[in-house]
Design a protein around this ligand. Structure first.
Ligand SMILES: *[C@@H]1O[C@H](CO)[C@@H](O)[C@H](O)[C@H]1NC(C)=O
Ligand SMILES: *[C@@H]1O[C@H](CO)[C@@H](O)[C@H](O)[C@H]1NC(C)=O
Length: 182
């Protein structure tokens, strides 16, 4: 029971975002021989599964490698005319698979997995996060990122196929507005 009480405050916003699925997390294939250094820098969010903590437009994330090997993650968005920034810290969880990062944003969500399913480093990236809850259901997030503010429709569609072929349901994915940002 104590466990339920603890997780409820976390679950309520997630349930509102409707990203709850029955069963445990899928186990998607991640980017082979992932090169962390090449992945660093600025990425624009092109599409996402609806997430309660992202409501604005012009969402982008800047990844910087720290001297201790961790990654500084700064996401920003324009919400109600103002720029809102949030800083987090990511680390490689399993050195044997550096494409599996763990990320923590203070005051938003607990430490969460942050996996790079696929990237060519210079054009686009397909990112996924999934957390099992009580082994009964899972909560997931998915993002399509691009090095520029737009991505051709066939590339978006290809990115969605990567999720689908890994049993990730992206039918509710929404495009992020990247209009009038600069
Ligand atoms: C990304 O972060 C680094 C380190 O803080 C900074 O030097 C760089 O200007 C940032 N780039 C963008 C586009 O915000
Ligand atoms: C879109 O996909 C094509 C074919 O895979 C690729 O050559 C091109 O670099 C991609 N463009 C972007 C911006 O990702």
């Amino acid at each position: 029971m104590a466990c339920f009480v603890f997780i409820l405050p976390l679950l309520l916003p997630l349930m509102k975002a409707q990203v709850l699925h029955w069963g445990s997390c899928p186990e998607p294939v991640t980017q082979p021989e992932f090169n962390l250094k090449q992945f660093m820098g600025r990425w624009f969010e092109i599409a996402r599964l609806p997430a309660q903590f992202e409501k604005g437009r012009c969402i982008e994330t800047n990844f910087t490698l720290n001297v201790d090997g961790s990654i500084q993650v700064v996401s920003s968005e324009i919400l109600k005319g103002g720029i809102r920034k949030i800083a987090g810290r990511a680390t490689v969880v399993d050195p044997k698979n550096p494409a599996k990062l763990g990320i923590s944003f203070p005051h938003v969500l607990p430490y969460a997995p942050y996996w790079i399913l696929s990237t060519d480093y210079v054009n686009s990236a397909v990112m996924y996060s999934c957390t099992d809850v009580l082994k009964l259901f899972h909560v997931d997030f998915a993002w399509i990122l691009s090095r520029s503010r737009s991505l051709p429709a066939p590339n978006i569609s290809h990115a969605k196929d990567i999720f689908t072929s890994n049993s990730v349901d992206v039918s509710r994915m929404v495009l992020t507005s990247q209009q009038g940002c600069d």
